[in-house]
Design a binder for this molecule. Structure first.
Ligand code: C5P
Length: 410
């Protein structure tokens, strides 16, 4: 369960078969900590029920039937003023057309016309209807007014015999991510950040490598948090099983050498680099082109150091904020401090991967941020996303200080 989050979300179900999923969306939003209310168009109630929506929302559903009965005709105004964001899920071709022509003939379109601050559409329809020129023009018109869209996605379609195509409503979990994006203040807008994530693989033949159990979750959480806060995000990732985050430029690499190349070649454009990747410190001196045959007895592989990416960035940095991670299993602070200095970082995030609760691959972490002036900021045991937010808070503050100093010097 998430903590209480800022944001009141009005969820409107349109008249499509995906309205069956609208109660799940309401539930997920409440779990994520948002306040919700539900609205259903008359046609939506052919696919879902008022009871299912009311139970999921935890409050009565706004319907056309209740529009005038409930509040003397002002329900559309009340809803438009209450909501921070209106999510229309599912949105039909007809709903998009009505909104794009400014109609205010039912409770949904009247609420939009009454000035709800933001609108996010989750369309669901058959692919022909989605690609129909009128629909596409309506979508661009709405986008031009600042409305957001999530989906439709490619996948199996609901109507029997229709097969697959672009037209499926995005899953409730994906819609929640977009809600979060729309409701997050954009305090990193205008910044370009590079985040590294995951392990590297250092091959000694085509099928064997040295690696580590990094899951990439910390780095992906950093990338998603920065995206939601308005940054342009370049995520350089070693092999992980995580889905590619939307709205992020993902560069997939395997070896430390490839990660080095991907990051150093983009460094001049970056305002900040957070190295959450568990880069292998050593690689085999030679990589055999064929699988090495099994031999009896012991075997020795010569290892040579990989390029230390952060140390190189530390030497090159001008205005950029550089953040490293230190994974320590013992007395970590001294070792982390020496890395902070040696690599010329702005701060280093010390964590203990073998401690229970903040292990490799988990969803939680516990980080101490160590600064060159001796300050230590501890997050306590929180989700990796919350650790990420705390890191970006510090990066934002450091960049602001730097800009103010720059302005004074000029
Ligand atoms: O491996 P080490 O403990 O020195 O890692 C500290 C920081 O340096 C981490 O942020 C890691 O991503 C980074 N690093 C690097 N290149 C390496 C090794 C580590 O950028 N070859």
């Amino acid at each position: 369960m998430g903590s209480e989050r800022e944001g009141r979300v009005l969820v409107a179900a349109g008249g499509g078969v995906a309205a069956m999923k609208t109660p799940f969306l309401l539930r997920r939003l409440r779990e994520a900590g948002y306040q919700v209310r539900a609205l259903a168009t008359e046609r939506a109630l052919a696919f879902t029920t008022e009871t299912a929506l009311a139970v999921a929302a935890g409050s009565p559903v706004a319907t056309d039937a209740a529009w005038f009965a409930a509040s003397g005709g002002a329900l559309h105004l009340e809803l438009a003023r209450w909501a921070d964001l209106l999510v229309v899920a599912p949105a039909t071709a007809a709903g998009l057309a009505r909104a794009a022509s400014g109609l205010a003939e039912d409770l949904l379109t009247a609420t939009i016309a009454a000035g709800v601050p933001r609108v996010l559409w989750a369309p669901a329809m058959n692919p022909e209807m989605w690609h129909y020129p009128a629909t596409q023009e309506n979508v661009s018109r709405l986008r031009g007014w600042g409305h957001g869209f999530v989906g439709p996605e490619h996948g199996a379609l609901a109507a029997v015999g229709e097969g697959a195509g672009v037209g499926r409503m995005s899953e409730p979990e994906t819609i929640v991510e977009h809600v979060r994006y729309h409701l997050t203040p954009k305090d990193l807008a205008g910044l370009t950040v590079i985040v590294s994530a995951g392990p590297t693989r250092e091959y000694f033949d085509p099928v064997r490598f040295i690696s580590n159990p990094s899951s990439g979750k910390m780095g992906y959480a950093l990338a998603e948090a920065a995206r939601d806060r308005g940054a342009r995000v370049i995520l350089v990732s070693g092999p992980t099983s995580l889905p590619a985050p939307w709205g992020v430029e993902l560069i997939a690499v395997e070896r430390a050498e490839e990660m080095h190349q991907a990051i150093t070649s983009r460094f001049d454009d970056a305002d900040a680099v957070v190295m959450a990747a568990a880069v292998a410190d050593w690689r085999p001196a030679e990589t055999a082109s064929e699988k090495t045959p099994k031999r009896s007895g012991s075997n020795t592989v010569e290892l040579v150091p990989t390029p230390d990416i952060l140390a190189e960035l530390g030497r090159r940095k001008e205005r950029q904020v550089l953040v490293g991670f230190a994974m320590e299993t013992g007395a970590g602070r001294e070792r982390a401090r020496s890395k902070l200095e040696r690599k010329n970082l702005d701060f280093i995030c010390l964590n203990y991967p073998t401690r229970s609760g903040s292990a490799f691959g988990g969803d939680y972490n516990e980080v101490e941020m160590l600064f060159p002036d001796g300050r230590v900021v501890a997050t306590g045991r929180v989700s990796k996303r919350e650790v990420a937010e705390a890191i970006w808070d510090r990066v934002r503050d450091l960049l602001r200080e730097r800009n103010e100093e720059g302005a004074q010097d000029a």
